[in-house]
Design a protein around this ligand. Structure first.
Ligand code: FCB
Length: 477
């Protein structure tokens, strides 16, 4: 029998960033050290019933003290980039005034450690941990928070711009606005659709002003971006009503940020869909111009597709829109839309595994914004990982998930998407917001009582891909 020669393995270009991601509140701990004050997540965690079993990020995985060990692990895993976030209440505790040096020093040391290990630092300025004092003064629904954010961005950029070349302003502003102020399943836990829309606008404004502030203090070589959790939408059926549900959720889930950030205006259909709630008078003349700043790359976070219908009847009671249950809707102006379980295998979050959604997002963006480089800034899966008798953690489902999504990125690149990097969520098992420590997304297992780190088998597999640039199939596939 003649053997057919094996097809060459998909290969990623030299210089492609192979990373893993974390965020400050989810990993740092040291919540009351070196001048850090409470963020909205500290407050939310202390509010009974908000977070699984009352878990908090007070200790998290103690990355603040163990970052050297964690960078060593990254180096062992062949990572070439690390995406982390800067904690606003650690560097500017009240959200205004001068920076706290100890806070900045932590990120200086972290960046230095990374650079010494040949790992590119990629910093996000805001991954949901608003200083509580700014929330008490009105939070993101208030316009002054956008101003505060630009000031904070300038402080951090000035202090760290000599070491960090890749920056994102916000992580997933959709979650900040619509889970934080709409459904209330995230901090600060408000359930007011108009506050959510106001928050979305002020996050957009904060983004634009932060980009301008950063350009003023960073070297010309700095590469600026924002990371969005874009929804890969599917109609339940081909009916006109289901197609319209896709349009509506695309407006309030995706184009509410893509429109002003990349094209200079809110979509007309979004304004019409929400006209019964607000006249959008909080958008002032000149805001669009401030928000619409040139970006050097766009971060895309993707986990699972979103299936919608034009009528709520028959829809799954569990929300298919991300994190946690909650009874209020995170979708202003979309009360008639039903959310459905996407078919296929599920992760421990209940999210369907479907890499075609990632291909859909990347090729869609490439089509509309051909000049804009892309990075997949988050992608990954939670599973019920356990330490085996041999002390190892075998997680073949996660390896299969990562493999399938990297293959989708490779296909998207062949179809014209300019994808420059990939960041697995997450480097370590960590504090998964309203789910506490119950959900494990890490490439590296963390024993939450001893904080011992153990790379899972997916981490070993990923290391092989990162080292070779070739997408090896997982054993058994
Ligand atoms: C994203 C968040 C990240 C993590 C993953 C699972 O929405 O940005 O912090 O919670 O989901």
């Amino acid at each position: 029998m003649a053997l057919t020669p094996a097809a060459p393995l998909p290969r990623f270009p030299a210089g492609f960033l192979w990373g893993a991601a974390t965020s400050a509140y989810q990993v740092e701990g040291a919540a009351a050290e070196d001048g850090r004050t409470a963020s909205i997540w500290d407050t939310f965690c202390r509010t009974p019933g908000k977070v699984f079993q009352g878990h908090t990020g007070e200790v998290a995985v103690d990355h603040y003290h163990r970052f050297r060990e964690d960078v060593r692990l990254m180096a062992e895993l062949g990572l070439t980039a690390y995406r982390f976030s800067v904690s606003w209440p650690r560097v500017q505790p009240t959200g205004r005034g001068p920076a706290v040096q100890q806070g900045l020093d932590f990120y200086r040391r972290l960046a230095d450690e990374l650079l010494a290990a040949g790992i590119t630092p990629v910093a996000t300025l805001y991954h949901w941990d608003l200083p509580q004092e700014l929330e008490s003064a009105g939070g993101w629904p208030g316009r002054s928070t956008a101003e505060r954010f630009a000031e904070y961005a300038a402080l951090v950029g000035e202090a760290l711009g000599d070491r960090i070349g890749h920056w994102s302003t916000l992580n997933e502003p959709w979650c900040s606005a619509f889970l934080g102020y709409g459904s209330g399943v995230h901090a600060p836990g408000r359930t007011d659709p108009v506050a959510a829309l106001r928050a979305a606008h002020h996050l957009n404004l904060g983004h634009g002003r932060a980009v301008t502030a950063l350009r003023g203090v960073l070297p010309a070589t700095a590469r600026l971006s924002v990371a969005l959790n874009l929804h890969a939408l599917r109609p339940l059926t081909g009916s006109a009503a289901d197609q319209d549900a896709v349009r509506r959720i695309d407006a309030v889930g995706n184009r509410v940020f893509l429109g002003p950030m990349l094209e200079g205006a809110y979509p007309e259909d979004l304004l019409a869909d929400t006209a019964h709630l607000t006249d959008w008078a909080f958008v002032r003349p000149g805001d669009h111009k401030e928000i619409h700043q040139p970006l050097d790359w766009l971060g895309v976070n993707y986990y699972t597709p979103t299936v919608v219908s034009g009528t709520p009847e028959g829809a799954a009671p569990a929300r298919e829109d991300g994190h946690g249950g909650g009874t209020a809707s995170p979708w202003p102006g979309a009360d008639q839309v039903g959310f459905h379980r996407a078919p296929g295998e599920r992760t421990a979050m209940g999210w369907a595994v479907d890499p075609t959604g990632l291909h859909q997002l990347l090729t869609g963006l490439a089509h509309r914004h051909p000049e804009l480089p892309l990075m997949v800034t988050e992608n990954g899966a939670a599973y019920h990982d356990e330490v085996g008798e041999d002390g190892g953690v075998d997680d073949p489902e996660r390896t299969a998930y990562l493999h399938a999504h990297l293959a989708a990125i490779h296909r998207a690149a062949a179809d014209g998407a300019d994808v420059r990097g990939y960041f697995a969520w997450s480097l370590l098992d960590n504090f998964e917001w309203a789910y506490g420590y119950e959900k494990r997304f890490g490439l590296v297992h963390v024993d939450h009582s001893t904080l011992t780190r153990t790379p899972k088998s997916s981490a070993r597999w990923y290391a092989g891909v990162a080292r070779s640039g070739e997408l090896h199939p997982p054993v058994g596939l």
